[in-house]
Design a protein around this ligand. Structure first.
Ligand SMILES: Nc1ncnc2c1ncn2[C@@H]1O[C@H](COP(=O)(O)OP(=O)(O)OP(=O)(O)O)[C@@H](O)[C@H]1O
Ligand SMILES: [Mn+2]
Length: 540
């Protein structure tokens, strides 16, 4: 036999072998491969069917939209739009859609009804959430790819070790901001400078960087030397300057930890919670995202630390309430009048302090409209709340048609589902890093408002796209399986904050429950399509 013929025969034998292995795998695990799967076919049980984009139904709907002034969502103007809150104030119907009865369909509620959890270990107020279908998914994944999904082998491994091993396999650090590449801050670099210098293409910081913990300590102890009201935004915020010239964004405490969002309040009239901002930092870090600026809690003396440094305009808004507490309301576009004042007890007030990002001239940021933005109207639903095919439109358009962006938006929604934040109208990126960069998770104050309710609709990008980043999936599955639960990791991580306990036990417990629910949504997706189409690495 000639050499050429030998190669050919070997190749043929291999192909036959590979085909038979594939055939056996498919017949044994039908769950794992469904050759008929297309993105447009995604249909979760109990939810309204939306056929492909060419469906006459959708077509008629589009026409109706185009005739009206609802069209903003339809054009998918996804780039660079500035944050606008006119929607809230004027209740215009930006990004809105209406079903035939004028109510919209809340898929989240329908989705909810399908969950049946088995609760175990209810001692010490601790609840484990298990779902037999999630357990089955984990077994199936392990059988089909024991290297990628080696959960049983890691059964005893702590979550933090698991995270470290996972990070070893991925890009950990990218290039830093151009301004900081050559900057070495002279003889002494403060921790906030080290933080800013450490911002890189794939995250705000790396967890190994000691300056992050030191910066958090600085923010809770450094004397405050200047304050200024933050322009823009809807709620009162102050820019704090410390004696080492570092700056932080201060959000005052309005609620006690136990105060839940009022049942009749929409997400867009809910006050922000300072503890939600702090908890969001810890949650983001535990999830290995590193997309929330380091944030701490601190008690300030309203008279000697704030009023003393206020300019005349801000000082005029300070007063003593009938209860004898020092209050102020500042001036802003929305919640800044006597009836929305924030008050100390009697002069001390808790707040959240988030490290300031580098200013625009050093690190300009780009603001993007979230494709799954809500309607910000009490009468209307957003398009994606009524129809299920938004993802197939988004996935066609830059920057979602390539690179990491869509997976990042899905991560953001998973993060928001865990905190219960429905207020992700926009997100920001650093312009210098282009499109292949992480999304900043700023403005998390509307999370942790309802401990006993899980808002499934926040997961819409997950169940409408049926996509999740591999690393996010295995982290959540690890948290589901233990031994470390997300509630315990959060409790531990937040224990050093000076306003500890940051979250009530009910909110911590909710995190465990929500982790199980996310993995269950992924199970439902994999029931419809091959797991390799659902659990993906950065793609395209
Ligand atoms: N850590 C930070 N450093 C620098 N700028 C920040 C930081 N956090 C937030 N910002 C900026 O401040 C603006 C307002 O902050 P935030 O969104 O938290 O307040 P808000 O009152 O909820 O605003 P909005 O009503 O627009 O949602 C944001 O658009 C963001 O660009
Ligand atoms: Mn906001």
């Amino acid at each position: 036999m000639t050499m050429k013929l030998k190669v050919r025969v070997t190749l043929m034998v291999f192909s036959v072998l590979a085909l038979s292995v594939f055939y056996i795998a498919v017949s044994k695990f039908p769950l794992l491969y469904d050759g008929t799967y297309r993105l447009a076919d995604i249909q979760l049980p109990g939810r309204k069917i939306v056929d492909g984009l060419d469906s006459p139904h959708i077509f008629t709907f589009r026409k109706r939209l185009n005739k009206s002034n609802y069209s903003s969502d339809n054009n998918l103007s996804l780039e660079g739009e500035k944050v606008r809150h006119e929607e809230e104030r004027n209740e215009t119907d930006f990004n809105a859609a209406e079903d035939k009865n004028g109510n919209g369909n809340n898929f989240g509620v329908k989705y909810e009804s399908q969950y049946k959890f088995r609760r175990a270990n209810t001692e010490n107020n601790v609840t484990n959430y298990t779902d037999p279908l999630v357990d089955k998914l984990i077994q199936v994944l392990q059988k089909s790819n024991g290297i990628k999904f080696n959960f049983d082998k890691n059964l005893e491994t702590s979550y933090n070790t698991f995270l470290r091993l996972l990070r070893k396999r991925s890009r950990r650090k990218g290039p830093s901001l151009p301004f900081y590449r050559t900057y070495n801050g002279g003889s002494h670099m403060s921790n906030w400078e080290k933080f800013q210098k450490g911002i890189h293409q794939y995250g705000l910081y790396v967890p190994e960087e000691p300056a992050i913990e030191d910066l958090r300590k600085d923010m809770s102890s450094e004397p405050i030397v200047d304050i200024e009201q933050k322009e823009g935004g809807t709620q009162l915020k102050l820019i704090i300057t410390y004696s080492d010239e570092g700056q932080a964004l201060f959000k005052p405490m309005r609620y006690s930890r136990e105060q839940e969002t009022l049942p009749d309040h929409f997400y867009f009239v809910d006050f922000e919670r300072h503890n939600a901002e702090i908890a969001a930092f810890h949650l983001d870090k535990i999830l290995g995202f590193y997309r929330v600026p380091p944030t701490i809690g601190r008690e300030v003396n309203l008279t000697s630390e704030i009023r003393k440094l206020a300019d005349t305009k801000l000082r005029k808004t300070f007063f003593v309430s009938p209860a004898g507490n020092v209050c102020f309301h500042g001036s802003c576009s929305y919640y800044c009048d006597t009836s929305h004042a924030v008050c100390g007890h009697p002069v001390m007030m808790e707040g959240s302090f988030a490290t300031f990002l580098p200013p625009d001239r050093i690190a300009p940021r780009k603001t993007w409209r979230n494709p799954w933005k809500r309607s910000y109207s009490k009468h209307r639903k957003a398009y994606w709340e009524v129809y299920d095919d938004l993802c197939s439109q988004v996935i066609e358009k830059p920057p979602y048609n390539t690179g990491r962006r869509l997976l990042d938006v899905i991560d953001t929604h998973i993060f928001d589902f865990l905190t219960g934040n429905m207020d992700r109208h926009h997100y920001e990126t650093f312009s210098d890093f282009g499109n292949n960069t992480f999304l900043l998770h700023l403005d998390n104050g509307r999370g942790f408002g309802k401990a006993h309710h899980d808002e499934m609709s926040i997961l819409a990008p997950v169940y409408q796209c049926c996509l999740i980043r591999y690393s996010t999936f295995v982290k959540l599955t690890k948290l589901y399986m233990g031994p470390d639960k997300i509630s315990d990791l959060m409790r531990e991580s937040m224990s050093t904050d000076s306003i500890n306990p940051v979250l009530t036990d009910s909110h911590l417990n909710a995190l465990d429950r929500r982790v199980a629910k996310i993995v269950r949504v992924i199970h439902d997706c994999i029931e419809q399509s091959p797991y390799t189409d659902v659990i993906v690495d950065d793609f395209f």
